[in-house]
Design a binder for this molecule. Structure first.
Ligand code: CP
Length: 351
């Protein structure tokens, strides 16, 4: 069974296969209209979503399958106190694929321990959003043809954005990428991810203004400030870095502007009319990519590479938004990374 939890579990060849299938589907979607006949995809969303939820549902309908699920756990027996494990066990026994979004980090991995069908991570807290990353990669390849040698600006909330975290973690497998990390002090990329960029042989430069770097970029990935992920919201508007028509004037003619969406105020509406704005195409591409993921997941039969171990270390994860803090029955699982011991669920360094 192949879960889609973290793209680190996938080889480049496997991701290429998914992307290739997505291109075939985009060209001729009707060719695949019966591929999932009789199959059921369940979406259990503990956090709001427009694109991920509806694109998964649309993908399954376009493949001839059916969907079940909830978009608000308060409308399920979670509201009566049912635990996460039981919800996953029961829903996965009704379905062929379980798509889960949750506000807690490590929740999809926890679901994979109890699910009787493949689990797709549709976003777990500030941790990962792998199906968004494949959508982003598909859109970059569609417009730029390759991933090596690009100058990629990533702008906004680099601290709490799971789409950013996932995308950088995947792109560092390629070569000669320069990341321009554009954010204010409060929303900078984690030191551990910066270290991973350097260890991969790629490079980064940091900036606090789009005007300073936009002329250099091939791709600009905008993000919103993830207000729902921190307590002291204060005046976050002061941290907003705005892309508007004036700033875009300095950019290359063949720049592509992406955004996982939803947008708040970080891209002016007028930018939508610029031919470089590709974020709505990116959202549409999410349907073709998720159709490909549904199709290919049954062909990818190697087990997940996430190598965790269970030991009586008596260590707990310090991350307050890790699923282990709330679902206390979960087995204590750890991973090793060099000298460090990481939480097996949310990848937080615990020792
Ligand atoms: N990009 C993304 O995850 O959007 P939704 O939150 O609307 O699913």
């Amino acid at each position: 069974m192949k879960h889609i939890l973290d793209l680190d579990d996938f080889s480049i060849e496997e991701v290429n296969l998914i992307v290739k299938t997505a291109f075939e589907i985009k060209k001729k979607p009707e060719k695949f209209s019966d591929s999932m006949k009789g199959k059921i995809l369940a979406t259990i969303f503990f956090e709001p979503s427009t694109r991920t939820q509806f694109s998964f549902q649309t993908a399954m309908y376009k493949l001839g399958g059916h969907t079940i699920g909830f978009s608000n756990s308060l409308n399920s027996s979670v509201s009566k106190g049912e635990n996460f494990k039981d919800t996953v066990k029961v829903v996965s026994s009704y379905a062929d694929i379980l798509v889960i979004r949750h506000f807690l980090e490590g929740s999809s991995f926890a679901a994979s321990l109890f699910s009787s069908c493949p689990v797709f991570n549709a976003g777990d807290g500030a941790h990962l959003h792998p199906t968004q990353t494949i959508t982003d990669v598909f859109t970059i390849l569609e417009k730029k043809k390759e991933l090596n040698n690009l100058k990629i600006g990533i702008c906004g909330d680099l601290k709490f954005g799971r789409a950013v975290n996932s995308l950088i973690k995947f792109l560092i497998r390629y070569e000669k990428i320069t990341f321009y990390l554009i954010s204010n002090e409060n929303f900078k990329l984690s030191e551990s991810l910066k270290e991973k960029i350097l260890n991969s042989g790629n490079s980064f430069k940091e900036a606090s203004s789009l005007e300073d770097v936009i002329e250099k970029l091939d791709v600009l990935y905008m993000t919103r400030i993830q207000k729902e992920r921190f307590k002291d919201k204060g005046n976050v508007e002061k941290d907003l870095i705005l892309l508007n028509e004036k700033v875009l004037k300095y950019a290359k003619e063949d720049l592509i502007v992406l955004h996982p969406l939803p947008r708040t105020d970080e891209i002016s509406i007028k930018v939508d009319e610029d031919k470089r704005a590709k974020y709505f195409t990116q959202a549409l591409n999410g349907v073709f990519v998720r159709m490909a993921l549904i199709l290919e997941t049954f062909k990818l039969n190697n087990i997940n590479k996430k190598e965790y171990f269970e030991e009586k270390l008596n260590l707990s994860c310090h991350n307050e938004t890790c699923i282990t803090k709330y679902e206390r029955y979960l087995p204590k699982l750890y991973k090793k990374q060099g000298e460090n011991i990481l939480c097996g669920y949310c990848d937080n360094v615990i020792k």
